[in-house]
Design a protein around this ligand. Structure first.
Ligand code: SAM
Length: 246
């Protein structure tokens, strides 16, 4: 997967992708991240990327011209890219969207806005506005890193162990079951016996039940969207008998 990020703060993107799993994925050639400084596409001597809003009002607006020039220059290589504009008003980015991007695209271009937002005319050259949640950030860099990270870990080979993404939260519509590592007992808190039993069938059932319990408690909206199996219904009945909050 190739990413092209357009930003006036390349150092934010470069810092994140130069460590951990992102760095390994790039070193192994599974992910390619190209960071472009939008200021390099200005034509005035002050390299200005913002200007006053027409109609008045507070703050500045990201100019359309340097963004157009940057996108046109990047696209001159003929690679077909999904073009995204980060925006709090866009479609909300979820694990399903990450899966859709990872599956259907080989290259993604992400524009990081700043100031009070970008000139509306930039929307004429993008495919989609994308938001990482209902809050307002100072710029699109964090949003683009969220997208790059979530999509990259779905690229085969990036995590090394494919099962890691298969069992994660949201992969089957539920939150992930609780995880434990050594020691068996820590400050009086014991690891559930079933996990020490070596009985794979019991461990599988316990994990499914705890994933259901956690989702029912923390994100009941997710349960309504999945197709429950007979076993799930039985487990939910058990959970309801055990829990007072239900
Ligand atoms: N005035 C704009 C509004 O009310 O919608 C907010 C602009 S925000 C301060 C500056 C930039 O940060 C945006 O252009 C966008 O690129 C990015 N941004 C802010 N919040 C975001 C979010 N929730 N998701 C994605 N990008 C966001």
């Amino acid at each position: 997967m190739r990413f092209d990020v357009l930003t006036i703060f390349p150092e934010i993107i470069n810092a994140y992708i130069s460590v951990s799993i992102m760095k390994r994925a790039i070193d192994r050639g599974l992910v390619d991240v190209h960071v472009h400084n939008i200021r390099d596409y200005t034509t005035d001597k002050h390299r200005q990327v913002d200007d006053y809003p027409y109609g008045g009002g507070s703050g500045m607006v990201f100019k359309a011209e340097p963004i157009f020039r940057a996108v046109e220059s990047i696209e001159a290589d003929g690679i077909k890219r999904l073009k995204l504009l980060t925006s709090p008003g866009g479609r909300v980015f979820t694990q399903d969207v990450a899966r859709e991007y990872a599956k259907s695209h080989r290259a993604i271009l992400i524009i990081c806005g700043r100031y009070e937002g970008v000139d509306e005319r930039v929307k004429s050259i993008i495919d989609e506005e994308i938001s990482i949640g209902d809050y307002v950030l100072t710029g699109g860099e964090l949003a683009s890193l969220v997208i790059i990270d979530a999509v990259s870990r779905l690229i085969p080979g990036v995590l090394g162990d494919e099962a890691s993404t298969e069992e994660e939260s949201f992969s089957d519509g539920l939150l992930e079951y609780p995880q434990y590592t050594r020691p068996r007992e820590f400050r009086g808190m014991r690891v559930p016996e079933v996990l020490l039993s070596g009985n794979h069938q019991m461990v599988r059932r316990w994990r499914r039940k705890e994933a259901l319990r956690r989702t029912l408690k923390q994100r009941p909206d997710l349960i309504e969207k999945i197709e429950l199996t007979e076993e799930d219904r039985r487990l939910i009945k058990e959970i309801k008998e055990e829990e007072q909050w239900m």
